[in-house]
Design a binder for this molecule. Structure first.
Ligand code: NAD
Length: 340
C-alpha cells in the first residue's frame, strides 16, 4: 500500500519540489491538501486529481482525523506555524513530517515530539539531504573513518536575498530569525555530519551591512564549534552572500561537497578523487525513506530529535552573539539526533 500524504501550505516548496516529487515516489503519494486559498485548492485538485473530500483549510484541518486516505501530514508553512500544525496533525492520529527549521525554539520542538509520542505517530524533519547519496557518502566516510579522524570541519550555507523586504523569512515573528534559521541549519547540519559528533560549545558573531533591508533578522553569522575529541569547526550563513559548501580535513586526507545542500545534483571529491552518484529528486528519496520507516521499520533518517538538536545549537549561537561572542556550552547527549 502507498501511504497518502497531505501537504499543508501550498507555497513554493510544496508547488515546485514536493508535489512533483510525490509523482515519482514508490511508497507514498499525494492524497490531500491543506490551504487557505480556495483558488489554489481548485488548481491543485485539477492538476493532481485530488477529490474535494481530501481538501482542507486551516480551520477545517482537524477533520483530517477521519480521512482514511491520509496517513502522513507534511507541514510546509512559515516556521512560526510548524508547531501548531504538527501538533494538530499528531492529535488527528497522522504521522508528521515537519519542515526545517523544526520550530521557533527548543520548547516548541519538545512540544511537537511529546504530541507525536502521545499519539503514537512517527515524526520526521524535512531534512532531505539525509536521503541524498553524496551526503550519505560523507556520513559513511566519517563513520568508517576512511581518512582517519576529522580534525577540522567547515560549512557555508548562504544566498543573496533580494526583492520584498516584507517576505515572511525576513519577519522575525514568522521566521524566528534570519539567515541562521533559514540556511544556517544546513551549515550546522554539515558541521555535525561532517565530523559525526555534536558540538560541546559554540562562539558566534553577527555582521550587518544592509540594515534597511534586514530590519529584524540576522544577515550574516559566523560561528566556531568545539567538538569532543579535539575536532574544531567553523560555519558561515548569510542572506547576503552566495555559498554552499562542506569541507572536512582528516588525519590522512580530506573530503568536500560543493554544492553541499541545494536540490542537486550535488558534487563532491576527496583527496583520492571525485565522487560520482546518480541524481534523483532528493524530496522523492526523503519521502520514500520516511514512508518505508512507517511501513517497514527502516531507520528514521531525520527524526524529531535531529530537528530539536539543531535548534539547541541555534539558540546557543544567538546567545553567544548576545553575549559578545562568548563561548556557550552545548549540553547534548553523545550521538543525540544523529538519525539513520
Ligand atoms: P512560501 O512563502 O513559498 O510558502 C509558504 C506558504 O504558507 C504559502 O502557501 C502561504 O500562503 C502559507 N501561509 C500561511 N500563513 C502564512 C502567513 N501568515 N504568512 C506567509 N505565508 C503563509 O515558503 P516556502 O519556501 O514554501 O517555505 C515553507 C517552509 O518550508 C518553511 O519552513 C521553509 O523553511 C521550508 N522549506 C524547506 C526547504 C527544504 O529544502 N527542506 C526548502 C524551502 C522551504
Amino acid at each position: 500500500k502507498k501511504l497518502g500524504v497531505a501537504l499543508v501550505g501550498l507555497g513554493s516548496y510544496s508547488t515546485y519540489q514536493l508535489a512533483p516529487a510525490l509523482q515519482q515516489t514508490a511508497y507514498c503519494h499525494l492524497a490531500g491538501i491543506v490551504t487557505g486559498t480556495p483558488q489554489k485548492a481548485r488548481q491543485w485538485m485539477q492538476t493532481y486529481g485530488i477529490g474535494a473530500e481530501h481538501v482542507y483549510d486551516y480551520d477545517s484541518f482537524d477533520r483530517i482525523a477521519a480521512d482514511k486516505a491520509i496517513d502522513i501530514v507534511y507541514v510546509v508553512l512559515p516556521n512560526s506555524m510548524h508547531a501548531e500544525f504538527s501538533i494538530r496533525a499528531a492529535k488527528a492520529g497522522k504521522h508528521v513530517i515537519c519542515e526545517k527549521p523544526m520550530a521557533m525554539n527548543v520548547g516548541e520542538c519538545d512540544a511537537i515530539m511529546a504530541a507525536c509520542r502521545e499519539a503514537g505517530v512517527k515524526l520526521g524533519v524535512g531534512y532531505r539531504l539525509h536521503s541524498e547519496p553524496y551526503t550519505r557518502e560523507v556520513k559513511r566516510l566519517v563513520r568508517e573513518q576512511a581518512f582517519g579522524r576529522v580534525r577540522f570541519v567547515g560549512a557555508d550555507a548562504a544566498y543573496i536575498s533580494a526583492g520584498n523586504p516584507d517576505q515572511w523569512r525576513l519577519d522575525k515573528s514568522l521566521s524566528g530569525g534570519g539567515a541562521l534559521m533559514n540556511m544556517g541549519v544546513y551549515a550546522i547540519q554539515s558541521c555535525i555530519y561532517g565530523c559525526g559528533k555534536n558540538p560541546v560549545s559554540v562562539s558566534a558573531r553577527e555582521f550587518s551591512t544592509r540594515p534597511d533591508y534586514f530590519r529584524d533578522t540576522d544577515e550574516t553569522i559566523t560561528a566556531q564549534f568545539e567538538f569532543p575529541g579535539g575536532t574544531v569547526g567553523q560555519m558561515m550563513t548569510s542572506h547576503n552572500a552566495q555559498a554552499n559548501r562542506l569541507y572536512a580535513s582528516c588525519d590522512r586526507g580530506w573530503f568536500e561537497l560543493q554544492p553541499a545542500n541545494n536540490y542537486g545534483p550535488l558534487s563532491g571529491r576527496t583527496s583520492e578523487g571525485p565522487m560520482s552518484f546518480p541524481h534523483e529528486s532528493q524530496q522523492k528519496l526523503q519521502m520514500d525513506d520516511f514512508a518505508r520507516h512507517i511501513l517497514e521499520g527502516t531507520p528514521n533518517r531525520a527524526p524529531g530529535e535531529m530537528g530539536k538538536r539543531d535548534m539547541v545549537v541555534v539558540e546557543a549561537i544567538y546567545r553567544s552573539i548576545r553575549e559578545g561572542g562568548k563561548a556557550i556550552p552545548i549540553d547534548l547527549p553523545e550521538g543525540y539526533g544523529m538519525g539513520g
